[in-house]
Design a protein around this ligand. Structure first.
Ligand SMILES: Nc1ncnc2c1ncn2[C@@H]1O[C@H](COP(=O)(O)OP(=O)(O)O)[C@@H](O)[C@H]1O
Ligand SMILES: [Mg+2]
Length: 397
C-alpha cells in the first residue's frame, strides 16, 4: 500500500467514473464492515475531485469523528477547513463537509416543522409517550436518517451527499423506515384499540387491563389516556409524514441516487449484502456497486512457502525465515479465503467489477487515512471479472 500515491485522474473503469452523475450515495451493509469509514472517504475523494461533498455520518468511531471535526452531536453540516486538509497533504478542489446524525434532534425538528401550531408542538414534545416513541420507534435512526437526507437534498446546497446508514441487523429496516413510521402512526388498529371505550378491553384481556390500571395507580401514568391524547395530537401530522415518506421513496429511486453495498469478505456480512441486493432490486432502487472492504492481501506474492523461506533465509537466518514464511502462508490462507468469498459475492450480486479495498490496518481513522482509502475506492480501476476468474483457477487447484 503506497501512501504517496497521488490521486491520478480517474480511469474509465473506476468507481469515480460510475459516480460522476450521482448526487446521492447511500452506503449500506452489515454492521462493522466499514460503512461509516467508506462514506467519509468517498466524500473526501469526491471533494478532491472538485465537488462540494457532504458526508452524513452515523455513530462514527471517536477518532474518525475527531478527524472530521465532529466534536458533539450537531445536526448541521460543518465544513472541514481546507487548512486542516492541507496540513495532511490533501488538496481539495471542492469542499468537504460533514455532519453527524442526531436522531432524536432530527425527529423533534421534524415534528416541529410538521406541527400546525406551537401548542400542538408542545403537547407532543412534552408527552411521555412521544419521548418513548421518538427514541424507540422512529428513533431507530433509520427514519430520521432518510428524512434528513431528503431535507438536505431538497435544499440543494451540496453537489453530492454521501449517506452513511445505521447499523441494522435487518437492512430492510432502513428502506422501509418511512413507510413503517407512517403505517405505525396511521395504524387504525392502534387507534381503535386506544379509543376510550374502544376495543382495548376485549383485545388486551382482563389481565392486561388490570395491569394497566395498577400501573396507572402506582405511577400516576394513565397510559391509555396518554396514548389517546398523543394520537389525538399526532393525527394532524400524519399527512406531513405521508408526504415525506413519499418524497423519500422517490428520492431513493431517482437516477441520480445510487446504493453502494459495502461488505467485508466474511460470510455473514456477505450474506447480508446479497440479501440486501435482492431487496434493492425488488424495490426498484438503484444498485451502484459493490465495495468489498478489508480484504487481506496476499502474503506470499506467488512464492511457495518453501521458496519464501529460502528467499528470506539470507536476510533473517533460518529460524526467523521459517517463522516469517509460515506467517506469510497464514496470510495467504486468509487472502485466498477473502478472494474466494469476494468472488462468490460478486456472482450472487451479478457484479463483475467490485471495488476491492485491502485491510489498511487501523490507518483509516484520520484525514490522511481517509485520503488513502479514497484513492483505493475511487481511482483504482475496478477489479474485473477476469481477475476474479483467474483467482478462482488458482484457488481451485
Ligand atoms: N479498509 C479498512 N482497513 C482497515 N480498517 C478499516 C477499514 N475499513 C474500516 N476499518 C475499520 O473498521 C472499523 C469499523 O468501521 P466502520 O466504518 O465504523 O464500520 P460500520 O460503519 O460499517 O459499522 C473501524 O475501526 C474502522 O477504522
Ligand atoms: Mg457505522
Amino acid at each position: 500500500v503506497s501512501s504517496s500515491r497521488s490521486h491520478s485522474p480517474p480511469r474509465a473503469s473506476s468507481l469515480s467514473e460510475r459516480l460522476r452523475k450521482k448526487r446521492t450515495l447511500v452506503c449500506v451493509g452489515a454492521g462493522g464492515v466499514g460503512k461509516t469509514t467508506v462514506s467519509a472517504a468517498l466524500a473526501l475523494g469526491l471533494a478532491r475531485e472538485g465537488r462540494k461533498a457532504l458526508v452524513v455520518s452515523i455513530d462514527p468511531a471517536k477518532r474518525l469523528a475527531t478527524a472530521l471535526g465532529l466534536r458533539s452531536l450537531s445536526n448541521d453540516p460543518h465544513r472541514i477547513p481546507a487548512r486542516a486538509l492541507a496540513e495532511q497533504g490533501i488538496e481539495v478542489e471542492g469542499e468537504l463537509w460533514a455532519m453527524m446524525l442526531d436522531s432524536k434532534g432530527t425527529f423533534d425538528a421534524l415534528i416541529e416543522r410538521l406541527s400546525p401550531d406551537r401548542r400542538t408542538l408542545e403537547e407532543i414534545l412534552s408527552n411521555r409517550i412521544y419521548r418513548e416513541l421518538s427514541s424507540a420507534v422512529s428513533g431507530s435512526q433509520e427514519f430520521t436518517a432518510v428524512s434528513k437526507l431528503f431535507e438536505l437534498h431538497r435544499e440543494g446546497a451540496f453537489d453530492v451527499i454521501v449517506l452513511d446508514t445505521p447499523p441494522s441487523r435487518d437492512a430492510l429496516d432502513f428502506l422501509d423506515a418511512p413507510e413503517r413510521l407512517t403505517n405505525f402512526l396511521e395504524g387504525r388498529a392502534l387507534r381503535v384499540f386506544l379509543a376510550p371505550g374502544g376495543l382495548a378491553r376485549g383485545l388486551i384481556g382482563r389481565g392486561a387491563g388490570l395491569a394497566i390500571s395498577v400501573f396507572a395507580r402506582l405511577t400516576g401514568i394513565n397510559m391509555l389516556g396518554e396514548l389517546s391524547s398523543f394520537f389525538g395530537s399526532l393525527s394532524g401530522l400524519i399527512d406531513g409524514f405521508r408526504e415525506r415518506s413519499r418524497g423519500v421513496q422517490t428520492l431513493l429511486r431517482e437516477p441520480a441516487t445510487t446504493f453502494l453495498i459495502v461488505s467485508s469478505p466474511e460470510r455473514e456480512p456477505a450474506e447480508e449484502a446479497s440479501f440486501f441486493h435482492d431487496r434493492l432490486t425488488e424495490m426498484g432502487m438503484p444498485f451502484g456497486g459493490l465495495i468489498v472492504n478489508r480484504v487481506h492481501e496476499t502474503g506470499l506474492e506467488g512464492y511457495t512457502p518453501e521458496h519464501a523461506r529460502a528467499a528470506l533465509t539470507d536476510a533473517f537466518g533460518e529460524k526467523l525465515a521459517a517463522k516469517l514464511a509460515a506467517n506469510l502462508a497464514d496470510f495467504d490462507v486468509l487472502a485466498r479465503r477473502d478472494r474466494d468469498s469476494a468472488r462468490r459475492l460478486c456472482e450472487a450480486l451479478g457484479e463483475d467489477r467490485p471495488v476491492v479495498v485491502p485491510d489498511l490496518d487501523g490507518e483509516v481513522q484520520d484525514l490522511a487515512g481517509l485520503a488513502r482509502l479514497a484513492d483505493r475506492l475511487l481511482a483504482e480501476p475496478l477489479a474485473g471479472e477476469q481477475q476474479l476468474v483467474g483467482e478462482r483457477e488458482e484457488i481451485g487447484r
